[in-house]
Ligand binder design. Structure first.
Ligand SMILES: Cc1cc2nc3c(=O)[nH]c(=O)nc-3n(C[C@H](O)[C@H](O)[C@H](O)COP(=O)(O)OP(=O)(O)OC[C@H]3O[C@@H](n4cnc5c(N)ncnc54)[C@H](O)[C@@H]3O)c2cc1C
Length: 426
């Protein structure tokens, strides 16, 4: 029977390399030049390229992509183990060619792009010569795609796009915008006339598309296929976020434990106070549960598909936000006043927890999806009583014993005695 939580020794060697590389080389870059991965400064680009070349030499570049789509094809479970390390370091995803929002866009291109589209956009995106953003949410509402109105109209050899998008992360600096229209997913170069980026918000952009003309071959996937492409993109993205969230929670947990052993109060180290112990124990269990859930979901995706694992992906999505909220709060609290400053990563981590419950779909919508899908596996009971109504179950069980009771009346007496005892208990 295959039921094994161990890591293959060969892959463990890769994980060890990644861990060492991130600690010794990525973290120092993060601390001194946190913006280096997107910088156009040749000196910073050279620093980044040196690290990226080392990643490529290890065969770890674009590790989110399956082999047939141009990546190393680790699958989601192994990617989960890798992301558990990368998630601790801000620029690690880009150093490994696996940074959002580009990853999801590349996944769509790899899965649905024509050869020409792949050559034009996917290859340069894989080489980080082109950056992209994903324009789906609209100002009038993000949770319900049926409210989206951005639309493309065919005009000769071109599509003409009109609409308004909200919270397109990194839209301002992207070369390509993947625009979800009611009738298809379109690739729009940001500099196309008619694309107007509003001054606010600064990082997640409000973009107005007015009579934006793109050639016919900028439609990605089939006409009217936007929702299918979006699901593929977001499903993968959500599980990858969850993988990286485990490492954020683990970082908070490490800090909490170190502090618990380092401070004294009222005659003992704070780790000996029961209320601190409770926070440590609860956080430990929550992280273990989240990790198992994420890895099991990754394993399910590998063995079925993102679509078939969608209930668990949705459940993982809101669970990670909850665990990050709890664990980062506990850690921040145990670090006391220092925890409330920006002198450790905790304040930013705790502040990011509500965001985690909104980005990639709000928790409520994912919870509704889970409940709806789970309920499809159940049926209403017949008559008044639930299936587990004990008097009815006991009566049915007694029926099964009738042939034995007929052959052995003393056995029936014992059953009757127990039934009488139950009746007296009400
Ligand atoms: C950091 C970040 C990055 C993002 N990046 C991108 C991006 O790159 N591209 C992009 O297109 N979008 C992006 N988004 C937008 C994101 O997809 C939307 O914020 C999200 O889908 C919710 O939409 P909304 O903000 O319009 O909230 P609304 O849909 O207005 O929801 C607001 C609140 O209403 C309640 N609610 C809504 N629907 C339901 C329901 N069915 N049941 C119960 N309660 C409900 C919930 O409390 C919810 O939090 C990003 C968001 C964040 C926070």
């Amino acid at each position: 029977m295959a039921w094994d939580f161990s890591t293959e020794p060969e892959f463990q060697k890769k994980l060890d390399w990644v861990e060492r590389f991130c600690r010794e080389q990525v973290e120092p870059l993060d601390l001194v030049f946190p913006y280096a991965v997107r910088s156009k400064d040749p000196k910073l680009k050279a620093l980044v390229k040196d690290l990226q070349d080392q990643v490529k030499e290890q065969g770890l570049w674009a590790l989110f992509l399956d082999e047939d789509l141009g990546g190393p094809g680790f699958g989601q479970l192994k990617l989960g183990l890798l992301n558990e390390i990368l998630g601790r370091y801000g620029s690690a995803p880009q150093i490994f060619g696996a940074g959002a929002p580009d990853t999801g866009n590349m996944e769509m291109l790899a899965a649905y792009g024509t050869d020409d589209q792949k050559e034009r956009w996917l290859t340069p995106m894989l080489n980080q010569e082109l950056w992209s953003a994903y324009s789906m949410t609209e100002p009038q509402g993000g949770s319900d795609p049926n409210l989206f109105t951005t639309h493309a109209v065919k005009d000769g050899d071109e599509w003409v796009i009109n609409g308004e998008k909200w919270f397109t992360s990194a839209g301002r600096v992207a070369d390509l915008l993947f625009v979800m229209c009611t009738n298809g997913m379109f690739v729009v170069p940001r500099k196309t006339p008619g694309v107007e980026i509003m001054p606010e918000p600064r990082n997640h952009n409000h973009i107005v598309y007015t009579d934006v003309r793109v050639p016919a071959d900028h439609l990605l996937g089939p006409e009217d296929g936007a929702k299918v492409l979006a699901q593929r993109r977001l499903g993968g993205g959500r599980i990858h976020h969850a993988m990286r969230t485990i490492s954020q929670c683990t970082l908070a947990f490490d800090m909490m434990c170190e502090r618990a052993l380092s401070r004294e109060s009222h005659g003992k180290i704070i780790g000996d106070h029961q209320m601190v112990q409770e926070k440590i124990a609860d956080s430990y269990a929550s992280i273990r549960m989240l990790r198992l859930f994420v890895l099991e979901t990754a394993w399910k995706i590998d063995n079925t598909s993102t679509q078939e694992a969608r209930t668990d992906i949705a459940a993982v999505k809101f669970t990670m936000a909850k665990v990050l909220r709890e664990v980062s709060f506990n850690a921040l609290h145990i670090l006391g006043s220092l925890g409330t400053t920006n002198l450790t990563p905790l304040q930013a981590m705790y502040a990011s927890a509500p965001t985690m419950g909104i980005a990639d779909g709000v928790d409520e919508v994912h919870k509704a999806t889970v409940a709806r899908n789970v309920l499809k596996g159940y049926r209403p009971h017949e008559g008044f009583w639930p299936t587990e109504y004990l008097p009815a179950k006991r009566a049915a069980a007694r029926e099964r014993f009738e042939p034995m009771f007929a052959a052995d009346p003393e056995l029936r007496d014992r059953a009757d005695a127990y039934a009488k005892y139950l009746a007296t208990k009400g």
